[in-house]
Design a protein around this ligand. Structure first.
Ligand code: SF4
Length: 476
């Protein structure tokens, strides 16, 4: 072509504009056709391209498909969610440069394109983090187990973050409404719809109190840093958070609470847990009365950082009792056993075996969540022998009330609590034993152990073994 000829602009369509697959398809077609970055008119807006010009898909391929570093694709998928309109062009210019021989482009942090793309990706990741932390679902009045949350992200991150909520709240039906996009989860599949308004989400529901209790319990005044707190939890999100109403009081009282904690620690006996086993809870009265009295248990220190006692649930005359180790994060919040990821895996195994979960009495060896704070997360920490021993009175009382014919112990802690301290899971797994009270029991692994198995084949094998152990409930 004559060097004075002005080549026509090429219009590129990316729909939706934040979709990595759509952008890759357009960029790949442009690269193969040898279209230089300055010849493409990208439109990052919500309407797709409104400009004229050749369609990328119609251009003949002139070169082989380029090989693109995985690192670039990861960067691109974050940058595409940024609200800046020039992001498609920026990424294509970088891709063009890599294809033209600048293979180490991403290693050059001072390059203006790399610097801008990296900064944009960081902003998107920060926004994604905020969405994970500050979305609060509210129950839809009159609907059965349906929840809606309202959130205003700074960038186009809904598609990117929605899978996190699908995993985290797989058992609920929910919608997250934002001004530009709505994510919907029906318990099985994610779908997306146009955005909405704040009025589409209920303002408040009964769970607000649960969140407030939870937050007041995990708030550690000794770690209060108001500046950091305001940057981590910007005030624009406060209106979404039921716990935000507590913050002014908690911050005002922090100094006094720290002094009180120091005095308590000074006055406390060195040994945290009583050496002698705690006396068994009173057995007269109903199972419900037992549950009520466990609410205020202070037999060991685990009650203090936890939200609430998670007592057993199920029919008071259940034939089969399942005993796990301790409640996890979701159980601690909801007050119900076996509702977290391990509980869901357990339910899946029951479904495969045709066992109705509603016929089982489900409980744990320890009734309060033991965890280690790690930033905003609470990491599960195995209970000590002393905690199991302190809590054993509650478990034995549950067994005495329910009088199950058989007990399944999930994990070593449950096995020790039910069958005695000498039991080794590695030797006793799947073997029926009879307790002194005549109740038969066997131990298997905890479903959380199955989830912790690294690669998919190992996890599948662990799961198959777990299901085989539980099959004894069908055959025995
Ligand atoms: S873990 Fe058990 S013994 Fe310890 S406080 Fe909670 S209910 Fe009581």
């Amino acid at each position: 072509m004559n060097r004075h000829t002005v080549e026509p602009l090429v219009a590129a369509h990316v729909d939706p504009p934040w979709d990595p697959a759509a952008w890759r398809a357009a960029a790949r077609a442009a690269l193969r056709a040898g279209v230089a970055p300055e010849r493409i008119d990208w439109n990052g807006g919500m309407q797709g391209s409104l400009l004229g010009g050749s369609d990328l898909a119609l251009l003949p391929a002139q070169r082989p498909a380029p090989r693109v570093p995985a690192e670039f694709l990861a960067l691109a998928s974050a940058v595409l969610c940024h609200r800046a309109d020039d992001r498609h062009g920026l990424l294509y210019r970088m891709l063009w440069r890599i294809a033209e021989g600048e293979r180490a482009l991403l290693q050059c942090a001072s390059d203006p394109d790399v610097h801008r793309a990296t900064t944009m990706a960081q902003a998107v990741r920060r926004d994604s983090h905020k969405m994970k932390a500050f979305v609060r679902f509210r129950a839809v009045p009159g609907a059965d187990e349906e929840y809606v949350a309202w959130f205003e992200p700074e960038h186009h991150i809904v598609d990117r973050v929605a899978p996190f909520f699908a995993r985290r709240f797989a058992g609920m039906r929910w919608a997250i409404v934002t001004p530009y996009r709505t994510a919907l989860w029906d318990g099985e599949a994610l779908a997306f719809a146009p955005g909405g308004s704040r009025g589409d989400a209920p303002a408040e529901d009964a769970r607000e109190d649960l969140w407030r209790t939870y937050y007041a319990n995990i708030f550690n005044p000794a770690r209060l840093n108001p500046t950091m707190m305001r940057s981590e939890m910007p005030q624009k999100y406060w209106k979404l958070l039921p716990e935000a109403a507590l913050l002014p009081d908690l911050m005002r009282e922090a100094g006094a609470r720290v002094r009180e904690m120091a005095e308590r620690e000074h006055a406390a006996p060195r040994r945290k847990i009583p050496a002698a086993p705690a006396p068994a809870p009173v057995l007269d009265g109903s199972l419900e009365a037992l549950r009520e009295s466990a609410r205020d248990c202070r037999r060991c220190p685990l009650w203090q950082p936890a939200t609430q006692t998670v007592f057993g649930e199920g029919p008071a005359d259940a034939r089969t009792m399942i005993v796990g180790e301790q409640p996890g994060d979701e159980e601690d919040l909801s007050g119900r056993p076996f509702v977290g990821p391990a509980g869901r895996l357990f339910s899946r195994a029951l479904d495969e075996l045709g066992i109705d979960r509603r016929t089982l009495y489900l409980t744990n060896a320890v009734k309060h969540f033991r965890f280690e704070p790690r930033g905003k997360r609470r990491l599960h920490k195995r209970p000590d022998v002393a905690h199991i021993s302190a809590c054993n009175g509650w478990l034995q009382a549950e067994i005495a009330h329910v009088r199950p014919e058989r007990i399944v112990c999930l994990g070593a802690s449950a096995a020790r609590a039910v069958l005695g301290p000498g039991v080794r899971l590695s030797e006793e797994r799947g073997i029926w034993r009879t307790r002194e009270d005549g109740v038969r029991a066997f131990a298997t692994v905890h479903p959380s152990w199955v989830l912790r198995q690294g690669d998919p084949p190992a996890q599948a094998a662990a799961y198959a073994g777990f299901v085989e152990d539980l099959r004894q409930l069908v055959t025995a």
